[in-house]
Design a protein around this ligand. Structure first.
Ligand SMILES: Cc1cc2nc3c(=O)[nH]c(=O)nc-3n(C[C@H](O)[C@H](O)[C@H](O)COP(=O)(O)O)c2cc1C
Length: 344
């Protein structure tokens, strides 16, 4: 009842209001509304069942559905936890505060696979010091993944050093297409290796590295071996894909949403075969339904994450995915999500 009512209300809001506003206004209004909803009301939508628990980089997640990197506002991150995500990722934090690129920095995208976005956000965030002081008083009962983005191996090390105490896992973003320095790192595998070695020295917390779908050759040839050799715990595949788009202030941005999914699925299969079993895998890109979440877990992901579907599908998707996973476990007579993986 509650679930169906929440879904109806969200669809009305999304179709009747958000889509009639500019993206910028819709984002502001959507975030303000989410902040205003009491945590207890959102908790009513969450699904908790011990059979959904998974392990990622040695950390127990109550379920495998993760909110991908986009928000730095702690009130929103808490609400995502209340909605039942198994873990929540922060916006990529940079050493100093960044205003982000000017508006328009987000546009809707209609693809044959379904609705998505193209963005040139440019890491709008409060910077290391301000974010760290907020995290000091951020109670959370679900794992928090802190994402960082630097401009040199030393900057990544400083960011990890400053934030790791508050993170359950640390995500190293080397893949956002909206700032040249981060994006072009993937084209310089030697620098990626140096920064992974530097962050490994800076923390004993599990490290996730988030890869770009735009650099398949560099990933295969040099970055994957560096991941194994420097002791990274988890690979997240992946980020948005760079495209030109005249609607955005930068004339280009990163595509998110369901057009990414087919490549994510085949790459997860390939990565599962290529990596030792101890390295965890996250599938990110275009997951917007229980069926896609199940397919990614069957293909070898330990957890899945999404951002676009948080907007296009609304707040009940973590629960809907959880219900579908429990149904699959029951049909197949299995006791845990990890057992859903199909042999390679
Ligand atoms: C507006 C916007 C901002 C984002 N900011 C970040 C970021 O700061 N760091 C990052 O690693 N990914 C960022 N992403 C990428 C998402 O975390 C995710 O990897 C990507 O959107 C693909 O997943 P999806 O298809 O489920 O959205 C952002 C995406 C969008 C749309």
């Amino acid at each position: 009842m509650l679930l169906a009512a929440a879904e109806r209300a969200y669809q009305l809001l999304n179709h009747g209001l958000f889509r009639r506003l500019s993206e910028h206004r819709a984002v502001r209004l959507g975030q303000a509304l989410l902040r205003a909803i009491p945590l207890a009301a959102l908790r009513g939508l969450a699904l908790d069942d011990p059979r959904l628990a998974v392990t990622l980089g040695g950390v127990r997640l109550p379920n495998p559905v993760i909110l991908s990197s986009m928000y730095y506002d702690l009130a929103i991150l808490r609400r995502a936890m209340a909605l039942g995500f198994g873990a929540v990722t922060t916006k990529s934090i940079t050493r100093t505060a960044r205003p982000g690129h000017p508006e328009p920095s987000l546009a809707r995208l209609v693809t044959p696979e379904g609705p998505g976005f193209v963005n040139c956000n440019g890491f709008r965030n409060p910077g290391l010091e301000a974010f760290r002081s907020g995290l000091r008083s951020f109670p959370h009962d679900r794992p928090l993944i802190v994402s960082v983005a630097g401009e040199s191996p030393d900057e990544y090390r400083q960011l990890v050093d400053g934030l790791e105490a508050y993170a359950d896992l640390v995500e190293i973003n080397i893949s956002s297409p909206n700032t040249r320095l981060v994006y072009e790192l993937s084209a310089s595998p030697g620098r990626v290796r140096a920064l992974l070695a530097a962050v490994r020295q800076a923390t004993r917390k599990p490290i996730i590295v988030k890869l770009s779908p735009d650099y398949p050759e560099e990933n295969r040839r040099a970055i994957l071996p560096a991941i194994v050799e420097t002791g990274v715990d988890v690979v997240n595949f992946g980020n948005t894909r760079r495209v030109e788009d005249a609607r955005l202030s930068q004339g280009a941005g990163g595509v998110s949403g369901p057009s990414l999914f087919a490549n994510v699925l085949s790459t997860i299969r390939e990565l599962r075969r290529a990596f030792p079993p101890a390295i965890g895998l996250m599938a990110t890109g275009g997951i917007d339904s229980p069926a896609k979440a199940l397919a990614a877990l069957e293909a070898g992901a330990d957890a899945i994450s999404y951002f676009s579907a948080f907007i296009t599908r609304g707040p009940t998707l973590p629960r809907r995915i959880g219900e579908a996973l429990l149904a699959a476990l029951e049909r197949r007579g299995l006791g845990e999500v990890a057992a859903l993986r199909r042999p390679a």
